[in-house]
Design a protein around this ligand. Structure first.
Ligand code: BGC
Length: 747
């Protein structure tokens, strides 16, 4: 055993014995107290929570960020309660704290785990100055429905991307060790399946077959657990008839039994009591029983546990051992955080808020998150020297708060630099600028200012249109049925377009929007998500070519809502559409007799392809992929195949490309998706340079959960693609053969 491992081992042993000796002294009421989290938002919390803290009835508080009040709560808990157990102080630190980073979906568009880790680290350091020691992030719900407002909080639709970025965020929050000054406990949420709510309506029902849970929805949680996440949160949603908060299959059988997770599980806000609203239980007492026996260790912001758990233990219906296990898990995290040694916070011991490190990371994240969706005739980057005048138009060009996005309770709007300010700074006196907001906000239907926008556009050499959604239109309980540009924005685009100048749309939004109405009306689209505080400078750098865009879509962009769900890893089906076997409604003769068209899986009134595929994102240079090859035609189970490609920067500027590896398992006992992302890498290349990019694929990377729920790798033929999007054209293949055969079972 290395000395590092030995230290770690001793630490765990030490924590376990400290937990045991503390629990030996605890009454049932004190144990249940640890399982209760109380809200601390109304007035001065020490005043109204003090008594319950002294009585040992509180394990955690949520939503308090006044460091003096937090210190006082900790003082009461540690000095005035019988056993002196410190508190977990929870807060939603989702994409930055004071310094706001791009929304998680935007961070996912960076495809850069190091950057996501750094963002979480910076957020942890800032949050820790207030005494917060536990965040409710990352959200790793696979999100394949852009109507769902919470897609903004997610890393998008892909299992691998979400898993890698979720793990990176956990590492960032938790740091090298939980008891380092500035580390906070993370929480992977919402277990499980929340992203699959019907029609993207928040909190709605989900129906997910077990094989899909295992192959898709569970995987990012497992990745976070492997990265050491301390806690998991349950989902509000109903999962196959059993709400997640009362679902012992996922919370106990899978999480504890199969994965051996030894952190603790917290409910979502009041979701224990909501078991009754779901129709699973008759009252709070039964809800407490169901949640506790399913495996929820702590109740968030409710009182079902505090009011009712004891009666179930006393009646023998709930085993004391189950309570002990939950409490031990909670106390373990408290010990690991070092709270028993130091629960008071000294903000001066931590870096300053909005430090250079924080602002730089937020700017880099915003820069790498922006996705260049289209760029006709290389209209971008703008050449400052060649332009006399630019019109900056739109409701989101100068909207400090809106660019921050959802979940920014603590975000400092004063730190926001808007695109309008950044562009002004960038061009200085060299270029004449005109700014017309044109709409009060993104939803506005008043168009009486549009003529000013048109006037400004006609007097300019180029038009920058800042469109999209205000932050209030995405996030929790902010789902939309129509995900087009809200208000009269499409009309604004049309009118401005008619002025005949080049039009560049910069879109700030919390989700993929349907852009079919404007895609042909503009010359370029830069999709900036809600980019956070440093969105302005990042966007200015990209528009003027200081940086080349390098973001890639973490979610498919549908042409219209009716295509949803549309995602890259769909199944082939028995009648897949091709360009040859589809028909468009406009091509059907009048009074056509009943007939079937092409007999394939498509809609008559749109293409079967999305507007922009997963992984898409242009650059100011051109990247060419050549010569894809697999190191072996055949590999045996347990072996590695290396898939390589030559990547050339054949354009004029140095730039970064996100190289993506996809595979398809052609024949399996459970049908497999047409493509699955298996690897990705950000590569920086000088113009004219070529680099060979290789990915090692172990046969385990090709495993899936089969009909029986068991993980398996089936021999047979695999296709592999490497490219700059999920539409990658360069393809090779290899075959996995059974250890004792030369042909393989699917040969
Ligand atoms: C959300 C959680 C969040 C919690 C605490 C709930 O409504 O679903 O994601 O962590 O509130 O704010």
């Amino acid at each position: 055993m290395s000395s590092a491992t030995e230290n770690m081992f001793n630490r765990h042993e030490d924590v376990a014995s400290r937990v045991r000796s503390l629990m030996d002294q605890m009454t049932l009421a004190e144990k249940i107290g640890q399982m209760c989290q109380l809200e601390a938002t109304h007035g001065y919390a020490p005043d109204y929570l003090g008594e319950r803290l002294r009585a040992g009835q509180v394990g955690s508080v949520i939503n308090i960020v006044d460091v003096d009040a937090v210190n006082e709560l900790q003082r009461i808990a540690t000095e005035e309660s019988r056993l002196g157990i410190p508190l977990l102080v929870g807060r939603d630190v989702i994409h930055g704290f004071k310094t706001v980073f791009p929304i998680p979906l935007g961070q996912a568009a960076t495809w850069n785990p190091d950057l996501v880790e750094e963002g979480a680290r910076v957020a942890a350091l800032e949050a820790a100055t207030t005494g917060v020691n536990w965040t409710f992030a990352p959200m790793v719900d696979i999100s394949r429905d852009p109507r769902w407002g919470r897609i903004a909080e997610s890393f998008g639709e892909c299992v691998l991307l979400t898993s890698e970025l979720g793990a990176a965020m956990v590492r960032g929050f938790q740091g090298e060790a939980l008891d380092d000054n500035g580390s906070i406990a993370a929480c992977a949420k919402h277990f499980a399946g929340y992203g699959a709510v019907e029609s993207g309506r928040d909190y709605a029902t989900t129906n997910i077959p077990d094989t899909k849970l295992r192959n898709v929805y569970f995987k990012p949680f497992k990745a976070c657990i492997d990265a050491g996440v301390s806690t998991l949160m349950t989902s509000f949603s109903d999962l196959n008839g059993i709400p997640a908060t009362g679902n012992s299959y996922i919370l106990t059988d899978v999480l504890r039994g199969e994965w051996g997770f030894d952190g603790f599980v917290v409910s979502d806000w009041d979701s224990v009591r909501q078991l009754q609203v779901h129709g699973l239980t008759e009252n709070d007492s039964e809800s407490a029983y169901e949640a506790a026996t399913a495996g929820v260790d702590m109740e968030m912001a409710g009182d079902a546990y505090s009011n009712h758990l004891a009666e179930h233990v006393e009646s023998g219906r709930v085993d004391l051992a189950a309570i002990d296990a939950a409490v031990a898990r909670i106390l373990t995290i408290k010990f690991e955080l070092g709270l028993f040694e130091a629960s008071q916070t000294d903000p001066g011991s931590l870096p300053d808020i909005a430090s250079k490190r924080a602002l730089d990371a937020a700017r880099t994240a915003a820069t790498q998150s922006a996705v260049l969706l289209k760029n006709d005739h290389d209209i971008l980057p703008l050449q400052r020297a060649a332009l006399n005048s630019i019109a900056v138009i739109g409701p989101l060009a100068d909207a400090r708060y809106e660019q921050l996005g959802t979940w920014i309770f603590d975000g400092d709007e004063e730190l926001s630099v808007t695109p309008w300010h950044a562009i002004r700074d960038f061009v200085g006196d060299d270029v004449e600028l005109q700014y017309v907001r044109a709409m009060e906000n993104s939803r506005s239907r008043a168009n009486d200012e549009f003529h000013r926008a048109v006037e400004a556009a006609s007097k300019s050499d180029a038009v920058l249109l800042f469109l999209g959604e205000e932050s209030i239109l995405s996030g929790e309980a902010h789902s939309r049925a129509d995900i087009g540009l809200p208000g009269d924005q499409v009309e604004l685009v049309r009118r401005v377009r008619a002025a005949g100048r080049p039009v560049i749309a910069v879109i700030l939004a919390g989700r993929p929007l349907t852009l079919s109405d404007i895609v042909d009306e503009v010359d370029a689209i830069l999709y900036a998500w809600h980019p956070g505080a440093m969105g302005g400078p990042a966007i200015a750098d990209l528009l003027f070519g200081v940086e080349s865009p390098s973001g890639k879509l973490p979610a498919t962009f549908p042409r219209m809502v009716g295509q949803i769900p549309i995602y890259y890893s769909q199944k082939n089906g028995g009648k897949p559409p091709t360009q040859e076997n589809v028909v468009h409604i406009d091509d059907i003769d009048a009074f056509a007799p009943q007939t079937s068209f092409g007999m394939s899986a498509f809609h008559l009134d749109t293409c079967f392809t999305p507007l922009f595929p997963f992984g898409h994102g242009l650059s100011y240079t051109t990247f060419e992929y050549h010569n894809i090859r697999a190191s072996h035609e055949e590999i045996r189970l347990g072996d590695v195949v290396t898939v390589s490609v030559d990547l050339a920067n054949s354009g004029q500027v140095e730039a970064e490309e996100v190289v993506q590896l996809y595979t398809r398992d052609l024949v399996a006992s459970l049908t497999r998706p047409v493509k699955e992302l298996k690897g990705f890498r950000r590569v920086r290349l000088q113009p004219g340079a070529t680099e060979t990019i290789s990915f090692d694929l172990h046969t385990d990377d090709l495993a899936f959960f089969g009909r029986d729920g068991q993980r398996t790798v089936e021999p047979g033929l695999f296709h592999a693609w490497i490219g700059g999007s999920s539409d990658a054209a360069q393809r090779t293949e290899f075959r996995i053969i059974a250890p004792d055969s030369v042909t393989g079972v699917n040969a």
